[in-house]
Design a protein around this ligand. Structure first.
Ligand SMILES: Nc1nc2c(ncn2[C@@H]2O[C@H](COP(=O)(O)OP(=O)(O)O)[C@@H](O)[C@H]2O)c(=O)[nH]1
Ligand SMILES: [Mg+2]
Length: 370
């Protein structure tokens, strides 16, 4: 499951600095996993999860394998991108391929780093980006509605489907015209299915990453740019993660002791990168389940609502095809009991069949026929 998150924003706001910090950090931690930059602007990043360490300790695992998210550093969007300005169309196509968006917002002042609009203003900046994304969607929807109109005379199933799709698109259009993202429109399952093919940009989950100066990390709310962005995000129902891309870049140059000292000097425990990764993962609506044993402790990513066989299929399609049953124990129960054996004695280990819907943090062992 390649889950991609696009890093978007205006030029010169720290997107590439953040992307590089994400990748460098991943490389430094990647003793057992090929986290790396797969293309100059695409990198795989491990999702930090302290439960992995706990489980690995209990099981005496030789290695830990976290889940991962793919980040894509998308070149800066400028005003007019939806009309093809700059490399507009290409950027938008890159975003279309992503499952979610991190919008980096410049909240640091630095006279040496030119701001495209001449001043740091998160409200204006996010307006420009959100407007371009919305405009791209509007263009897309207009074209589609035009096509749907042409098939109007048709009868039967197809005509009915087209009518449902057109209705949904008109509601989305109305939302976009009021500065609301497609995501804010409630759709029936059928409508969602029909509209999915358009890969609307504003239908994707998005968080803001406030890129702040190192002095602001300890108390980001004191930075008026961050405060302004937070209240805007709250109105929109979106999250804000505070990160200092520059601090993260510098941390990667240090060994762990020096890094801890540097962070302590800034009055924080971490520079925000970890929260950014976690937040990105969460907003995708994903769950994590674990497998654990002497060989390895591993986190697996599934969508909400996956049944045990579907979850097994993430490991291997044969596991899904030959699924017999799953032995499962909740994370907290496993840790409290101190392992599979003890959990079983306490009756905390359950046998589950094909219908079982996997829950966040479940530890699973699959029985399957080959
Ligand atoms: N002062 C300061 N400069 C930064 C920060 N983040 C990035 N920069 C600088 O801003 C410039 C543009 O950064 P870059 O990551 O290339 O921006 P992009 O165009 O959004 O990819 C570079 O000179 C960075 O060193 C930051 O947090 N503070
Ligand atoms: Mg860049």
């Amino acid at each position: 499951m390649a889950l991609k998150t696009g890093i978007v924003g205006l030029p010169n706001i720290g997107k590439s600095t953040m992307f590089n910090a994400l990748c460098e950090n991943a490389k430094a931690q990647a003793a057992n996993f090929p986290f790396c930059t797969i293309e100059p602007n695409v990198g795989i990043v491990a999702v930090p999860d302290p439960r992995l360490q706990e489980l690995s300790k209990i099981s005496g695992s030789e290695k830990i394998i976290p889940t991962s998210v793919e980040f894509v550093d998308i070149a800066g969007l400028v005003k007019g991108a939806s009309k093809g300005e700059g490399l507009g169309n290409q950027f938008l196509a890159n975003i279309r391929e992503c499952d979610s968006i991190v919008q980096v917002v410049r909240c640091f002042e630095d006279g040496d780093v030119i701001h495209v609009a001449g001043k740091v203003d998160p409200l204006d900046d996010t307006d420009v980006i959100n407007f371009e994304l919305a405009l791209a969607d509007i263009t897309q929807i207009e074209k589609r509605l035009e096509r749907l109109k042409k098939t109007k005379g048709k009868s039967g199933e197809e005509a009915k489907r087209n009518e449902v799709e057109a209705g949904a698109l008109q509601r989305i259009m109305a939302a976009l015209e009021q500065n609301k993202p497609a995501r804010s429109v409630a759709l029936s399952d059928e409508e969602a299915e029909l509209v999915r093919g358009l890969y609307l940009l504003t239908a994707k989950p998005m968080v803001y990453a406030a890129n702040v100066a190192e002095d602001d990390l300890a108390d980001p709310g004191a930075n008026r740019h961050v405060a302004a962005l937070r209240s805007k995000a709250e109105e929109e129902g979106r999250g804000v993660v505070v990160v200092s891309a520059q601090v993260e870049a510098e941390l990667n140059e240090l060994d762990s002791e020096e890094a801890a000292e540097y962070l302590a000097g800034l009055g924080v425990e971490e520079g925000g990168l970890k929260s950014l990764i976690r937040c990105t993962y969460q907003q995708l609506g994903l769950l994590t389940y674990f497998t654990t044993g002497e060989k390895e402790t591993r986190a697996w990513t599934i969508h909400e609502g996956y049944t045990a066989p579907q979850a097994a299929g993430v490991i291997h399609t044969d596991f899904e095809k030959g699924f017999i049953r799953a032995e499962t124990v909740a994370y907290d129960d496993f840790v409290a009991a101190g392992g599979f054996g003890a959990a079983k004695e306490k009756g905390l280990l359950r046998l589950e069949g094909k219908e079982y819907v996997v829950k966040e943090g479940d530890i699973l062992m699959f029985r399957f026929a080959t």
